[in-house]
Design a binder for this molecule. Structure first.
Ligand SMILES: [Zn+2]
Ligand SMILES: [Zn+2]
Length: 144
């Protein structure tokens, strides 16, 4: 089952009606595999439905976030972004401080770091909201 249909099931189970607006916002976020700001969600939805205004999009995004079917990402100096819930597949984020590109890091790859911190420092790290900053491969190629 796709993550999108799981999200829709989750809404149904909570007794939430999937209005056309909610469906379009959900689709914009789930089909772009990325991390979209409210403005970007608005642009995508407008391609299908040109008359939906930004405040409607904003309210719908907030509602879907409260329902737990989209995730929120807050990064310093950037607009808040929203992403699909990857059910059962945790991931972390790494952001390029030069171009702002965001990549996802499989939680499995962070497990080793977590183990080292526990074994060596006795520190139980909370990796749930971890965001790494650095430089992406493309930016390193331009200015190493
Ligand atoms: Zn970059
Ligand atoms: Zn992500």
């Amino acid at each position: 089952m796709s993550c999108e249909s799981r999200a829709i099931d989750q809404l149904r189970e909570s007794g939430v009606r999937l209005t056309p607006q909610r469906a379009m916002v959900l689709e914009a976020i789930y089909h772009n595999d990325g991390h979209l700001s409210v403005d970007e969600v608005h642009e995508r939805v407008q391609q299908q439905s040109p008359y939906v205004d930004l405040s409607t999009i904003y309210r719908t995004v907030m509602f879907l976030k409260q329902q737990g079917v989209i995730g929120e990402l807050r990064l310093d100096g950037q607009p808040v972004r929203y992403e699909a819930v990857r059910y059962g597949k945790e991931h972390h984020h790494a952001v390029c401080s030069t171009c702002g590109a965001m990549i996802e890091i499989d939680s499995v790859d962070m497990q080793e770091l977590s183990d080292i911190l526990t074994q060596k420092y006795g520190f139980a790290v909370n990796l749930i909201h971890l965001t790494l900053t650095g430089q992406c491969a493309a930016c390193q190629a331009i200015s190493p």
